[in-house]
Design a protein around this ligand. Sequence first.
Ligand code: CA
Length: 269
Amino acid sequence: MDHRYTSFHLTAAGCTDPGQRRTVNQDAWRIAGEAETAHLWAERGRFFAVADGMGGHAAGEIASQLAIDTMFDEYYGSNNAPLSPGIRMEKAILAANLKIYEQAALQETQAGMGTTIVAAVVRDDWLTIANVGDSRAYLVRDGEPLQITHDHSWVAEQVEVGALSEEEAQNHMYRSVVTRCLGHRSEVSVDIFDYALESGDVVLLCSDGLSNQVSAEEIAQILIEYPPDQATGELVDLANQYGGPDNITVIVLHLLEPPGDVDQAKGPG
Ligand code: CA
C-alpha cells in the first residue's frame, strides 16, 4: 500500500525512559500508526506527539496519556472539513485541554493535574509544530540545531525580559515551573509554527528531561550521526549519563529525498 503524504522519505522512532532518579514515568508519546490512521495521512498528514505530565497520585501519567489519546482521536476524527494541519492540531489540543480540565474537576485525586504538549505533523513538504509548555521541538538542518518552540516557563520569560541569563535559567530552582499547560484552565493558547521541509532535515520532539541535560549542539551531533531508531537511544543514554534527574522522552524524524530508483522507474525522457 502506498501512503504517500510527503515527497520525502520519512523514517521515525520514539522512546521514553524514567531516568535515573524517578520510579514513575509521567511522560507519554505516540507516532501515528498505519493500522489506525494511514488512510488519512495524504489528507491530514502524519502526526507525532510528546507530553510531560504533572500532578501527584499518578495524575501526571493520566494527564499526559489523556492528552495524547484525545489529540490523536480528534486529529484523525470525524471532522472532515478541509482544515490546515495547524488549525486541526490546535482544535485537537484544545479538546485535550478541556478533557483533562473536566476530568481533574471531577476526580479529587486528579485535581490540579496538567501536561505539556509538543506535536508535529508532516504533510506534503511541510512541517507543522504545535506546543504548550516546556517540551520542545528542534529542527536540525545543515548540521545546525534550531529550537522551533519557545518554552512557556517562568525562567524562559525571565530570560526574555533580561532578568536572568541563559546560564542562570539553566540552574534555577524554578526551572521546571511552566506558565502554560493543558488541564489547568478551560482555555489555553497554542503556539503553531510552519516550516517548508528540505531533504536531510531532522526533527526532534522531546520532554525537558532531555533538553535540561543535553545541549542543542550535542543533540544535533547525535541526530546527524545516527538513524532515528538509534538516535533515540543515544539521546536517552546521554541524558542519563548527565544524571537523568527527570523522565526522558524523544521522537526523531528523518526526511530524505526518496531513493533514485523512483525516478528511474519512470524511464528516460
Ligand atoms: Ca519533565
